[in-house]
Design a protein around this ligand. Structure first.
Ligand SMILES: [Zn+2]
Length: 326
């Protein structure tokens, strides 16, 4: 890299961490005149970004479809969590490979970056190998999977959005909920709050933001009260004296309201009445997926186009590791 040191613009981080600013400089330089934009964009970050995003979203979608076909939801104990991690980690690993491939097409003719260096804790292959970013390097794929999963879990609603929803449990798209007053339906005020949440975050099962909102009891009334009749008796105040005394002393089952659409509510009625598991797909996790895919692509792009700066950034992560886990 033939650039001089010390030409930093702006005040943030003048000494190191040049990897992000270097990428930004390349992007600005590659943008160039408008008539050359398409060719230059193909040479720069646009191709790896697009390849990475497409790979992530398609893989994540396929994984969610597979879970749906297998009857695994975000509420499935153990298997649901394991499949979520595999879905997001696998999507991130494939996104990284797509980004690496697209970067290498765009960089064809530039010559491979050959950088010596030591292996690091987080990216064990480091720069000790001859070629900066080898295809299907399992250590780099593992790094993408781990970083991608952590980012996906931290940025959005958690890894659960990788799986479909089970209508008898809080959904994959669940974000906020209100305490419910026993089996009673949501009040007008509660419905207004739930409607606002549904417009912003969608039905907690399928993610739809349109249509009337329903205050969905979680756990469902039949589950919380033991039977639909018991829930109805509580609602109408016709429960037996014993039950009333028990509820006065022991309290009523703790339930919360989640915003739900009519379609999911109807499906839930069937599921609770018949005791048959009913799953619904949703279109969530796309924005978070695009952000994760973008960061994964940026890492591979930086590795290929700015290996020296990238190596420094990697070394800084190594230091952090020693700082937090001596
Ligand atoms: Zn729904």
């Amino acid at each position: 890299m033939g650039r001089t040191r010390g030409d930093r613009r702006g005040s943030w981080d003048p000494s190191d961490d040049r990897v992000f600013s270097s990428v930004a400089e390349t992007l600005a330089r590659d943008a160039g005149p408008v008539e050359e934009l398409a060719r230059r964009a193909a040479e720069s970050f646009a191709a790896p970004l697009a390849a990475s995003t497409a790979a992530f979203l398609v893989t994540a979608r396929l994984a969610r479809r597979s879970a749906y076909a297998l009857g695994v939801s975000c509420a499935t104990p153990m298997v649901g969590a394991v499949m979520s991690v595999c879905a997001v980690g696998g999507s991130a690993a494939l996104a990284g490979q797509a980004a690496r491939e697209a970067t290498s097409w765009a960089s064809a003719g530039r010559g491979d970056a050959r950088v010596g260096g030591r292996a690091s804790w987080l990216f064990p292959s480091g720069f000790g190998r001859a070629r900066a970013d080898a295809p299907w390097d399992e250590r780099e794929m593992t790094a993408d999977a781990i970083l991608g999963s952590l980012m996906y879990a931290a940025l959005g609603r958690g890894l659960k959005t990788a799986m479909p929803s089970d209508v008898s449990h809080p959904g994959a798209m669940a974000r906020k909920s209100l305490p419910a007053n026993g089996a009673h339906y949501a009040s007008e005020g509660q419905k207004r709050t739930l409607a606002r949440w549904m417009a912003r975050h969608g039905c907690h099962h399928c993610g739809t933001k349109v249509g009337a909102v329903i205050g969905d009891h979680m756990p469902p009334n039949k589950v919380a009260f033991g039977s639909s009749a018991a829930a109805e008796a509580f609602r109408e105040g016709t429960q037996s004296l014993w039950t009333r005394a028990w509820q006065a002393v022991g309290g009523v089952p703790k339930q919360r309201f989640f915003p739900q659409c009519r379609g999911c509510s109807d499906l839930q009625s069937v599921a609770v009445r018949t005791g048959v598991k009913k799953l619904v797909m949703h279109g969530g996790g796309v924005k978070i997926g695009a952000v994760v895919a973008g960061c994964v692509a940026a890492r591979h792009y930086a590795m290929a186009r700015h290996p020296e700066e990238y190596a420094k950034w990697e070394a800084k992560l190594e230091e952090l590791k020693f700082r937090f886990a001596p």
